[in-house]
Design a protein around this ligand. Structure first.
Ligand SMILES: [Fe+2]
Ligand SMILES: [Fe+2]
Length: 282
């Protein structure tokens, strides 16, 4: 049995996860106001130089047709749209909050790249299924394994061993045996601490057992599918019968061809976003 640090669930989330910075809360609340001007959003972004340079780098990347010509934040906000701006704010905050883990540990970097893939995958799945009211798909994907990042921060050596030793399907069982709780439980509490909406908290808490979610069922199934898709593709494994016949794939009415198409599309986006957004940074 591994000798893990004694970790108390409440203090893990309270002590190891700093509250969201004021600048992020300000930008998030501005973005929720449909009547807000793009100049106001650009001003709020301008207060955070790191975020400002990332926004400009992304808007000038090959994903968009501007070929390096956008130099003003207002034009960038206008071109990217509020949804993309919010997603960038969130990526920045997660990358900065867990910068040490992402830069210094293999597991931290693996979880971060996996989370980006799940975020883009979830958003694309919602678009393919033409579901409305799914703006939070990216946030849910990006944060679904935030509990693992926190466990990695609190007990790096032991958690890395658990993470790499366990089979994918029994990671949570191992976590519960060692700590008394699993990363989904930690993640749900972390999302609450960041005052994210209840559906987002629920989705994170139930992403490995979506059928048990008391609400946000659709989004929880989306994250479950995006999670498995990103894992299988990263491991260069075929999608396989177990996945294709899973409850979530079945309920969402997804076919193998649709899933392959989603993956092909997001691969390019992820590469460009990492290059544009994190070049020289995390
Ligand atoms: Fe997970
Ligand atoms: Fe995951």
């Amino acid at each position: 049995m591994l000798t893990a640090a004694k970790i108390e669930l409440e203090s893990l989330v309270k002590i190891k996860l700093p509250p969201l910075p004021g600048s992020v809360l300000r930008i998030s609340s501005l973005l929720q106001d449909y009547n807000v001007s793009q100049r106001k959003i650009a001003e709020a972004i301008g207060f955070d130089p790191m975020l400002a340079s990332r926004v400009l780098r992304l808007v000038n990347s090959p994903i968009y047709p501007f070929q390096g010509n956008v130099t003003s934040l207002t034009t960038a906000v206008n071109a990217l749209g509020n949804r993309t701006i919010y997603e960038m704010v969130l990526m920045t905050i997660v990358a900065d909050t867990f910068g040490r883990e992402i830069r210094n540990s293999v597991i931290g970097r693996d979880i971060w790249l996996h989370s980006l893939a799940v975020a883009f995958g979830a958003r694309e799945l919602c678009d393919v299924l033409e579901m409305r009211g799914t703006e939070e798909s990216f946030s849910c994907g990006l944060l679904h394994d935030i509990g693992s990042l926190l466990l990695c921060r609190a007990d790096s050596a032991v958690y890395s061993e658990i993470f790499h030793q366990s089979e994918r399907h029994d990671l949570q069982t191992m976590e519960r045996a060692v700590y008394g709780f699993d990363h989904a439980k930690v993640g749900g509490l972390a999302a609450e601490r960041w005052r994210l909406s209840e559906p987002v908290c629920m989705t994170i808490s139930f992403h490995h057992n979506p059928a048990d979610a008391p609400q946000a069922l659709f989004m929880t199934h989306i994250i479950n599918v995006a999670d498995n898709l990103a894992y299988l593709k990263n491991e260069k494994m075929p999608l396989g019968e177990a996945f294709l016949n899973s409850d979530s794939v079945h309920r969402l009415g997804l076919t193998e061809e649709m899933l392959e198409r989603v993956w092909d599309k997001i691969l390019f986006q992820i590469r460009e976003v990492i290059r544009a957004f994190f070049a020289g940074g995390n």
